[in-house]
Design a protein around this ligand. Structure first.
Ligand SMILES: *[C@@H]1O[C@H](CO)[C@@H](O)[C@H](O)[C@H]1NC(C)=O
Ligand SMILES: *[C@@H]1O[C@H](CO)[C@@H](O)[C@H](O)[C@H]1NC(C)=O
Ligand SMILES: *[C@@H]1O[C@H](CO)[C@@H](O)[C@H](O)[C@H]1NC(C)=O
Ligand SMILES: [Zn+2]
Length: 587
């Protein structure tokens, strides 16, 4: 990596040579906008610094002349850090759904414990921290993923539940749609249903996120502006197939056939994914739906690697495919990559499931950095979260006495199965009609690695296992209490979330504390796109009768939307779908 590409907060305190010290000073200066003075240098180093200063002055003069020339010839804005695109470039936007700062501390320490790493071992994300983001929506101080992703896709705030529509119920043009219009190739890679809120916000417009039947059609180009997305990887076959054919669409439309008619190649198995050969020579457009609903948690998926690809594998394949497809274009690609189920680990209050989701996301992030370093085309990656989930805290007081300062990663490393997966096994597995305390004890010992269970805990699992959520909250709580990990909600929280960037040089505009809409604005500014034209076009086209199905019909529209937005913090529809999905998953 070139010096100037070093992430803003990458200093690790172990720098010893002069150039690293200089970098550290530059980083300090960038952060504080003041010069720093690191004293106690030996005399020979003063001479070297003097030499360097002379060279730097000459270089500065040369640069100043060059820059002035560039300004007059290109009529650029006066900001050297302007993200405006001047040549071919790629933009990879990464979303860690539901990942707050505490998830990073949890995962960093867990990984150090589990892999015997030193205390200065960091996640790749840690080395690329740039700033943080404020997340509220227009309808609440606590956002959901729909309003969160609308802030990224349109650069505008909206209400909880909104899929790239504004509070006045008009659609807003997205960075992906504007990129497509400008000639970029586009992609969406996620681990939930591809019709879930985050991916939906980039290439569809509906008033309520639960309108996933409508979202599915728009994603494959049955969209007011036509074909938008060239590559889609994720779960969610459910909303692409009619109910009577094993899917869950109410309207009987076969959206997979529709996609094929529009030229998509459709794949859904691990074998078909592997035959993409890492993305070389892949024909686009391509629709890959690898699960009926969500792809299983990484903690469970790694035992079913022959069934589901990992986030990193999907990310690498997508980047190679899009890079190859744009080789001869003068525009690059826009790609969304989402670690979608960090959020679900938070909703379930399952710290073991969550650390594996975050590690999987970190590996995907590292693969993006790796791609950007090797690829010839200019490009950057920006990563952030839509919100925090669970009110996660890396501490838990279990009794009245003043607590010890400790939490226990070893408890998490003994867990080999998510609470959700085990709860599902109890609810739908071979013992569903005659589950006994003995079976629960046995499965908890094997799956959660907990041998000191109490009879009260077993009783609460037994009484909860046939309910809507099964016993996943009870099982997750057994893990959290033993690890001394705290949670304050099964929903989302309002804490600020981190912003990451592949390069501090290009993403300098996002340093510091920002509104989530600033992230959205940065995305389309980096690609030099105007979203207003797309918005105008969308408003016009969606007036037409043929797009009536996009809208919530009837006079009750507004109240329907607002009551949905009000109760939507609970993501209740999502939980129902999750249960439907796991019904079909292998036990
Ligand atoms: C350029 O700088 C001037 C003076 O500092 C400022 O008024 C103007 O808005 C800047 N232009 C842009 C495009 O940032
Ligand atoms: C983890 O599992 C090992 C092996 O079963 C066991 O000896 C150990 O006590 C467990 N640790 C915790 C913290 O439960
Ligand atoms: C109880 O569960 C076992 C599976 O372990 C099954 O074979 C058996 O038929 C069940 N008995 C009843 C009474 O449902
Ligand atoms: Zn959520």
């Amino acid at each position: 990596m070139a010096n100037s590409d070093r992430p803003l907060l990458a200093g690790d305190g172990t720098n010893s040579d002069i150039s690293n010290e200089r970098e550290a000073e530059e980083e300090d200066a960038l952060l504080t906008r003041q010069n720093t003075n690191r004293s106690n240098r030996p005399v020979w180093r003063e001479y070297m610094l003097l030499g360097w200063a002379l060279a730097a002055t000459i270089a500065l003069v040369v640069l100043a002349v060059f820059y002035q020339h560039k300004q007059t010839t290109q009529d650029r804005s006066n900001d050297t850090d302007s993200p405006k695109a001047t040549g071919k470039r790629n933009l990879i936007f990464m979303v860690s759904d539901g990942m707050g700062p505490a998830s990073l501390s949890l995962t960093r320490s867990y990984r150090q414990y589990e892999q015997g790493l030193p205390i200065d071992d960091l996640l790749t994300l840690d080395e690329h921290l740039i700033g943080n983001s404020r997340t509220r929506s227009t309808s609440s101080l606590i956002t959901d993923s729909a309003a969160g992703a609308t802030a990224f896709s349109c650069g505008k705030k909206s209400y909880n539940g909104a899929i790239s529509v504004l509070p006045d119920h008009t659609p807003c043009g997205t960075v992906l749609e504007a990129a497509k219009r400008a000639g970029y190739m586009t992609g969406l890679v996620v681990t939930t249903r591809i019709t879930d809120a985050t991916p939906a916000c980039f290439a569809s417009h509906v008033h309520m996120r639960e309108e996933e039947d409508s979202i599915a059609r728009q994603l494959i180009g049955d969209h007011p502006l036509g074909h938008q997305v060239d590559l889609l990887f994720g779960g969610g076959r459910c909303h692409f197939q009619p109910r009577n054919e094993g899917g869950c669409r109410a309207d009987g439309v076969d959206v997979i056939s529709m996609a094929k008619d529009k030229g998509y190649k459709y794949i859904h198995t691990r074998e078909e994914f592997d035959s993409l050969n890492g993305g070389n020579g892949v024909k686009l457009p391509l629709l890959g739906l690898f699960a009926f609903a969500d792809i299983p948690f990484e903690l469970d998926r790694r035992n079913q690697n022959d069934v589901y690809p990992s986030l990193e594998e999907m990310a690498r394949t997508a980047m190679s495919a899009l890079a190859a497809a744009t080789t001869d274009n003068d525009k690059g690609f826009f790609l969304l990559i989402e670690g979608s189920r960090i959020d679900h680990g938070g909703h379930n209050n399952d710290p073991a499931a969550q650390v594996h989701e975050v590690m999987a996301y970190d590996r995907a992030f590292a693969s993006v950095i790796d791609f950007l370093e090797k690829d010839d085309t200019d490009g950057i990656a920006i990563g952030t979260s839509d919100h925090e989930t669970g009110g996660l805290s890396i501490a838990r007081q279990l009794q009245k006495d003043y607590p010890d300062y400790i939490w226990y990663p070893e408890v998490l490393s003994n867990v080999s199965r998510s609470a959700e997966n085990l709860a599902h096994y109890f609810k739908r597995g071979p013992h569903k009609d005659n589950l006994t305390s003995e079976i629960i004890q046995q499965e908890i010992e094997v799956g959660l690695g907990i041998t000191d269970w109490t009879s009260d805990e077993i009783a609460s699992v037994l009484s909860a296992y046939q309910g809507l959520e099964g016993a996943k909250y009870e099982l997750a709580d057994m893990i959290s209490r033993r690890a001394q990990i705290g949670w304050s909600t099964h929903g989302h929280s309002a804490v600020d979330v981190n912003i990451y960037g592949s390069s501090a040089k290009h993403a300098g505009a996002l340093a510091g504390n920002h509104e989530n809409t600033d992230v959205g604005k940065f995305l389309h500014e980096y690609l030099d796109l105007s979203l207003d034209d797309v918005t105008e076009d969308l408003k016009m086209k969606t007036q037409l009768e043929e797009w009536a199905w996009m809208h919530v019909s009837g006079p009750g529209k507004s109240s329907q939307v607002s009551s949905f937005a009000k109760q939507h913090g609970s993501d209740s529809h999502r939980l129902q779908i999750e249960i439907e999905e796991t019904d079909r998953a292998e036990l």
